[in-house]
Structure formats: C-alpha cells, structure tokens
Ligand binder design. Structure first.
Ligand SMILES: *[C@@H]1O[C@H](CO)[C@@H](O)[C@H](O)[C@H]1NC(C)=O
Ligand SMILES: *[C@@H]1O[C@H](CO)[C@@H](O)[C@H](O)[C@H]1NC(C)=O
Ligand SMILES: *[C@@H]1O[C@H](CO)[C@@H](O)[C@H](O)[C@H]1NC(C)=O
Ligand SMILES: [Mn+2]
Length: 564
C-alpha cells in the first residue's frame, strides 16, 4: 500500500486619604424603580438584601439579565427599519433602563460589611456615538445601585459624537441633577477624553467606566474601601459579560490577575493559592484590564494622570499600572464589585488617520518605565524599536520625583509568575513543524481541523509544541489546539492562554500518542471525514500515532518526565 504523509491543516474561518473606624453595612437605596415594584410591600431586612429581593420581583423583557430572543421575522423587520444602525440597540430599547440583574457575586459577598464612611466618586464615562438607551442604562445602573451620597457626580465625556446630542441633553436635564456632559471641540480619543473628564471632576475618587456597562448589586463600596484604607491603592471590579445581541448577563469567570505578553497583548494569570482562600477579598493584580477602575483623585494627579502623549487608545493601562506599582502604590481586583460590559460593541476610538499610534504609545511606556525589559517588547514589535516616542521628559520627571522603583522590581515582586506563562525569551519548542500521521492514504477534504497532504509551503501546516505543553500554530503564535467537551471533543483552535486545561497535550516519545489530560483521551481522526477528534487512547492503533518534523527529545524528557 502506498503511504502518503498527511498533515494537520485547518482552514481558519474566524477567527487613604480617609481612615475610619467601625464596620457597618452601607445604607442602600433604590431610586426610581420601575412602576411594577411596590417597595412598601417588602419586608425590610438589611438594605442590600432588600434591594436584591426587590429586583427578584421584577418582570419584563431582559429582567434578571436574561436573554431577549426575537423571532426571525422581527429581526428581519427591525433590520429593515434600522438600516445602517447596528441591530442590537433595538433590543436595548426593549429593556427597562432599570433592569434587574442576577446577583452572581461569591456568596460571602452578601455577608460583607464595609466602612461606614467612604470617599465619594466622580464617575467618568467617555463615549463616542453610543446608543442612548445603552448609555442611559449605564448611568441608571450606577445611580440605582449606589449607596446615597457616594456618587458625587457622573461626567459623560462626549468625544465628538455625530449623534447623541439633543435627545441626550434633554434626557439628562430632565432626570438627573448630578450628571453632566462635557464636549471636546475636536476628536480627543479615549485617553484624552478620560483626562478631560478627570480635570473636570471634583469628587474624592475618580471612577472610570466604559459607556456600555451595567453596575451590579452593591458594586461601589468594594471599590472604595481599599482606597479609604490607602489612597495609593487602585481598585478594579470583576467584569461580567453582557451579550451584544441578546443582552444576556453572565459572569466571565471568578477572576484572574491582569498581565501582558511581550507583544503587549493583555493577558491574565491565575489567582494565587493564598488568594483563593478568601474569595470575597480584594487580591493584588499586576495590570488593569483598562476600562473600569477606581483611583483616588489625589493619587491620580500625583502620578501625573495619564501620559498626554498617548494617542487615541493603547498602552494606557500599562502606563498607569506600571507607575502605580513602581511609584509606591498598589492595584487590587475586588471580587464583590461586578460590572457587566458589552464586549465587541464597536471600537469607537478608531485611527482617525493617526497612523502607527499604538507602537508609538507602547514605545513611550517602554522608554519611561520598562528599563532593560523594553528590549523584549522591541524584539516582538520591531516597529516599536524604530518609532519616535516624542518628548517623554515630563514622564521621566515624574518617575524621578516619586523615586519610582525599576521595572525589574515590578517583574520580581508584582508580576512574579508572568514569565512562567509569557516568558520574555521564548524557550525553543519541544517539537515543531508538521504534525504527521503516517498511516494514512490521502484524500482531499476541506472543512474543520482535518488531515491534509503534506506541503512544506503551507504555513498553516507548521506547529510548535511549547514548554507550556500547548500546540501552537507557528505562523502567528496566538492560536492553540483546544478541545472542549461541548464540541464533541473535536480538535479546534482557540487563542493561546498558556495555562493548560483544554490546551494541554502530552506527547509520548514511546507510543507517539498525543494525550489530552482534561478529556483523558488521545488525538485521533475520523477515517471518513478526516476530521480530528479526541478518542479513548489505544496505543495499538496507528490513527493515534503522530510524528513531528523536528523534535527535541532531551527537552521533552525533561519537561514531561513524569508523563513519558
Ligand atoms: C464629595 O466630596 C467633596 C470633597 O470632600 C465634597 O466637597 C462634596 O460635597 C462631596 N459630594 C457629595 C455629593 O457629598
Ligand atoms: C467643568 O466643565 C464645566 C463645563 O465646561 C465648567 O463650567 C466647570 O467650571 C468645569 N469644572 C471644573 C472643576 O473644571
Ligand atoms: C495491544 O497489542 C498487544 C499485542 O498485540 C496486546 O497484548 C494488547 O492487549 C493490545 N492493547 C490494547 C489496548 O488493545
Ligand atoms: Mn467597551
């Protein structure tokens, strides 16, 4: 029988200044409820519990964070009516601006008590062409679910929107006393819009939010208490997920620590074992996700605010995170504060013809804060090395004035495990090249992850088996083999996270099997469809035997010694 070498190929389709004594429960009020709610009927227990119970009684579309599903006819009709308008805002209009959300905090959060006196906040929300009901639901969720007296003001920074003017102005005037709209005279970009809002704010804490959020039950005290205890602590909420089509509200996960890889893509690290013992307590996080955080006004301006040389968006979360830590502050995530965010709703802060601004932003962050570690970023982003960062003397002055620590300190003390997942110097792969199953007579078949005839010219046939025990598409190094139970254990690609789980594979030098611990199965293919699946391991069958072009046996034995 003629034996053809067949290789795996996938056609990718998609891809304190305040210190106070005494712990009390915060008084909690619920303003302007939907008319279905009879507050007086309720038995008042603790204020927070009462609010949750009141929310539980609400009925209506999208209440309790549930999905709205429209009939296909409705969808077609509305698409026709809306034309250029993205579809999902129509669904937003169907949902109460005061809709109820599921209390998805850790159960310990319901027992938590907070300092009776907390600093007040200026909430700063930049927006550009945001849809009115989405923006107003953001504002109402803030006001509805905050204890009285703590929201000093809400500042909506309109970054040169084409619409959202008249109806927004009159809505705000009619319904609020402590909400105001600031407008720039030119397009500012996200970073400068935030700075404009911050300059205008007079609260004790600045709380930056995105313009398509819903703050969940008692979200505010957990963000403020760590700041009340130490004004140099910056606090981030947990970010929940609001589906952009159905408006379903769900948890993303139970939290992770923020980090980056050396392309400067935002990444996340697992919570430490120690922190996992206190699931409702704030835990330290090296880097903020960027959009949602609270910082005392005093500390923000001591740090010089954001670097105003940063254009539009990009790198600002690193700039602020590095200087918070290096200059003597701290950053924590507060598990009891949850805020939903509509992901993938636009990227309103677009290029506007500003060219290569992201590399320039990164360069500014690197030259001011990263010392010798900047080199690792330049290696991954060669454009960063050559781009002119512009004048960074102001930023360097702040670093000197505040006597900030070196980046090596940050890496050692704060991001202490980052290099385990995202090493600055990528170790050579354990194996690389095509992944070949030699026992196959070739047939053409496109589709999912399938076996295909070997061809060294096809870059999608090149893989790397890394020290993380994941198998990456070598071309871009961002997609990894992934298998989840929900997909019939088919082999798929998913963004590499470097943290094992569904992306962990154990190659055996002796049996040549690729074992997947989380399903306890081995890589195999379907002889009809040629699609790749995980199946019960059987080292006797040749469809489970795989060979890499290049293999470092010594390193595999070292890293996988127990598993060989
Ligand atoms: C918030 O704090 C500032 C400064 O302490 C104070 O002037 C202001 O009145 C407070 N706002 C509210 C709404 O209490
Ligand atoms: C905030 O902006 C408004 C409107 O431009 C202005 O009237 C007000 O004085 C500003 N406040 C501060 C503290 O800058
Ligand atoms: C594999 O083959 C060997 C020898 O042919 C046999 O003894 C063994 O039982 C087989 N194992 C499995 C799992 O079928
Ligand atoms: Mn957003």
């Amino acid at each position: 029988m003629r034996r053809n070498s067949i290789t795996i190929l996938k056609y990718l389709i998609f891809i304190g200044f305040f210190s106070f004594i005494g712990h009390l429960t915060i008084q909690y009020s619920y303003k302007e409820n939907s008319d279905r709610l009879q507050i007086n009927d309720l038995d008042y227990k603790s204020p927070e519990v009462t609010t949750i119970e009141m929310e539980q009684q609400k009925t209506g579309p999208g209440e309790h964070g549930k999905s709205i599903r429209l009939s296909p006819e409705d969808v077609a009709e509305k698409r026709r009516q809306l034309q250029s308008e993205p579809f999902s805002p129509y669904v937003s209009d169907m949902i109460s601006l005061h809709r109820s959300l599921p209390d998805n905090r850790h159960p310990d959060c319901r027992k938590k008590k907070y300092l009776s006196k907390l600093p007040n906040v200026s909430v700063i929300i930049p927006f550009h062409n945001e849809y009115l009901s989405i923006l107003m639901r953001t504002v109402w969720s803030i006001l509805d679910r905050s204890p009285p007296g703590l929201v000093h003001e809400v500042i909506l920074v309109d970054d040169f929107s084409k619409y959202c003017k008249e109806p927004l102005d009159s809505y705000v005037k009619k319904h609020f006393t402590n909400v105001r709209i600031l407008r720039g005279t030119e397009r500012l970009g996200l970073i400068r819009a935030r700075i404009l809002g911050a300059r205008n704010a007079t609260g004790e804490v600045l709380l930056f939010l995105d313009c398509h959020c819903e703050a969940n039950v008692n979200w505010l005290p957990p963000l403020l208490e760590p700041i009340a205890e130490d004004y140099k602590t910056v606090v981030c909420p947990f970010i929940d997920v609001i589906d952009r089509e159905t408006y379903n509200y769900r948890a993303q996960d139970e939290g992770m620590r923020g980090a980056f890889d050396w392309h400067f893509d935002y990444k996340r690290l697992p919570i430490t074992e120690e922190d996992r013992k206190h699931p409702s307590e704030p835990f330290k996080s090296p880097v903020m996700a960027g959009g949602l955080f609270a910082i005392s006004t005093k500390w923000f301006w001591e740090l010089g605010g954001y670097d105003e040389g940063l254009e539009i968006w990009g790198g600002e979360q690193y700039e602020l995170s590095f200087k918070i830590w290096q200059c003597g502050g701290m950053m924590v995530d507060a598990p009891c504060s949850r805020i939903g965010h509509i992901y993938g709703r636009h990227s309103p802060f677009d290029h506007d013809g500003k060219g290569n601004f992201v590399d320039k932003n990164y360069k500014r962050v690197a030259v001011v804060w990263m010392d010798e570690y900047a080199e690792y970023l330049y290696k991954r982003r060669p454009k960063c090395r050559t781009v002119d960062p512009g004048d960074v003397s102001e930023q360097k002055k702040i670093r000197e004035k505040l006597n900030c620590k070196p980046f090596s300190w940050f890496m050692k003390e704060v991001a202490f495990d980052l290099q385990n997942y995202y090493p600055a110097v990528e170790p050579t792969p354990l194996a690389s090249g095509k992944i070949i199953n030699e026992d196959f007579t070739h047939r053409e078949k496109a589709g999912r992850f399938t076996l295909q005839p070997c061809n060294d010219k096809i870059s999608l046939q090149k893989f790397e088996y890394t020290f993380r025990k994941d198998i990456r598409l070598a071309t871009k190094h961002v997609n990894c083999f992934d298998v989840s139970h929900s997909q019939d254990e088919a082999l798929t690609l998913f963004g590499c996270h470097g943290q094992g789980g569904y992306q962990e594979f154990i190659y055996s030098l002796s049996t040549k099997t690729i074992f997947h611990p989380s399903t306890n199965h081995c890589l195999d293919y379907d002889s009809e469809s040629l699609e790749l699946f995980m199946k019960p391991c059987d080292k006797n069958i040749s469809s489970q035997k795989w060979k890499f072009d290049n293999i470092d046996e010594a390193e595999i034995k070292k890293i996988l010694n127990k598993e060989q």
